[in-house]
Design a protein around this ligand. Structure first.
Ligand SMILES: [Zn+2]
Ligand SMILES: [Zn+2]
Length: 397
């Protein structure tokens, strides 16, 4: 059997507006942009938020002047989903070719996305004129309920409930299926039903989880967004395999997102919180979530033991005497036999004995942000970011 692998990469996961605050760095501050590579190499981009700049730079570097061709699916025209367009390098290289898909906005009429592009790259809003965008561009107008195919990938879309309209997309590749449904407020029966049909049996459902269930029921009702709890309900109803909480609120610091994720995992264990740099590979062998190594700052290379307690991939609790390979005030790199679940909580207890007569324990709480299987001597490498316990900003579930 041929091994078909599809890969999804998250370049921007933040809703509404980019965030630069330090306490939003772990999940990331760029607005929505996802890259999906089908098993046959066909490239898709889902939304054009600020994360698109990094994707463009990556492609330009990797491509060495060869033609880049991609299919760009835009959910709607709110700033956070289009503001990366002027900063996407490959648009300004004439050998490249792009196919855009979006709906006709009743505010803009025919050729809505072309108009959006021309308005974005125009005086006095941007120094570069749209004519500098020399890559080939083709615009396809689509609407909820449409189905079409791009090479081997089947695409379908459905209307979501969001101010000025929004489309949810499903892409069925030979490696697996992804449903991208962001910017949606539940409560319109027809839309809710359509979304469940769109998501039916998907390997991965990426869903708007901007607010807490409490906010969604009160002060954020009518704002066009959703919560982790709605995501869980859809994931269950549609029997999806993995749920990814997405479109984090700009005012949600990392700890708030941590709280949403842990609450969602109680109800639906195969839940992840979208993180910049996270990737998901899908194949006949299943779905695998990975996160890139992002720890910065000075690390101290060491080798000492610590007692690590946490939760393994299958949900079981473990306790193990592990090796700490390096440590900083922000995090540590551990070697252990267990395989802790990505984005789960671990406790690292270190015996701090400056004076052997008066030993004391240093107990640190962290979250698993990176995993390297079989790093050394049958042990796994695990990157952990420490969570500051002093701040009680954890949300109520
Ligand atoms: Zn949005
Ligand atoms: Zn929106």
């Amino acid at each position: 059997m041929t091994h078909h692998v599809a890969k999804l990469v998250f370049w921007g996961v933040r809703g509404s507006t980019p965030t630069l605050e330090r306490d939003t760095w772990r999940y990331g501050g760029n607005t929505p942009c996802l890259e999906l590579t089908a098993p046959d190499g066909t490239r898709f981009i889902l939304d054009c938020g600020t994360g698109m700049r990094m994707l463009g730079n990556r492609w330009t570097r990797a491509n060495g002047g060869n033609t880049i061709e991609a299919h760009i699916l835009v959910t709607h025209y709110h700033w956070d989903h289009i503001q990366g367009i002027p900063f996407f390098n490959p648009f300004f290289q004439s050998q490249n070719r792009f196919h855009f898909y979006s709906f006709q906005s009743k505010y803009l009429g025919p050729d809505s996305l072309r108009q959006v592009l021309e308005a974005q790259l125009a005086s006095p809003y941007f120094p570069v004129d749209v004519n500098m965008m020399t890559a080939g561009r083709e615009f396809h107008e689509i609407t909820g309920g449409d189905k079409w195919a791009v090479n081997g990938t089947q695409i379908s879309c459905a209307w979501l409930n969001h101010p000025q309209g929004c489309l949810g997309y499903r892409l069925d590749t030979a490696g697996g299926s992804v449903v991208y449904a962001t910017d949606n407020e539940p409560g319109v029966p027809e839309n809710d039903l359509n979304l469940r049909q769109l998501a039916q049996g998907a390997d991965v459902l990426i869903y708007d989880a901007q607010y807490s269930p409490e906010q969604l029921a009160s002060e954020r009702k009518g704002w066009g967004h959703s919560s982790w709890l709605e995501g869980v309900k859809i994931a269950r109803d549609a029997k999806v395999r993995n749920l990814v909480l997405f479109h984090h609120d700009p005012d949600s610091v990392d700890k708030v997102v941590d709280g949403f994720l842990s609450a969602a995992r109680q109800e639906f264990p195969a839940t992840w919180a979208a993180t910049e740099g996270m990737s998901i590979t899908m194949s006949e062998r299943g779905v695998n979530v990975e996160m890139r190594e992002t720890r910065s700052g000075q690390r101290r290379r060491l080798r000492f033991t610590a007692i690590v307690t946490g939760q393994s991939e299958d949900g079981k609790k473990f306790e193990e005497k592990a090796t700490v390979r390096d440590i900083s005030l922000q995090g540590a790199y551990l070697c252990l036999k267990n395989r802790p679940k990505l984005q789960s909580e671990v406790r690292v207890v270190i015996e701090a004995a400056a004076d052997p007569a008066a030993s004391s324990m240093l107990s640190l709480r962290g979250t698993v942000v990176h995993f390297d299987a079989g790093r050394e001597k049958m042990q796994n490498g695990v990157g952990v970011v420490f969570i500051d316990d002093a701040d009680p900003a954890r949300p109520h579930d």
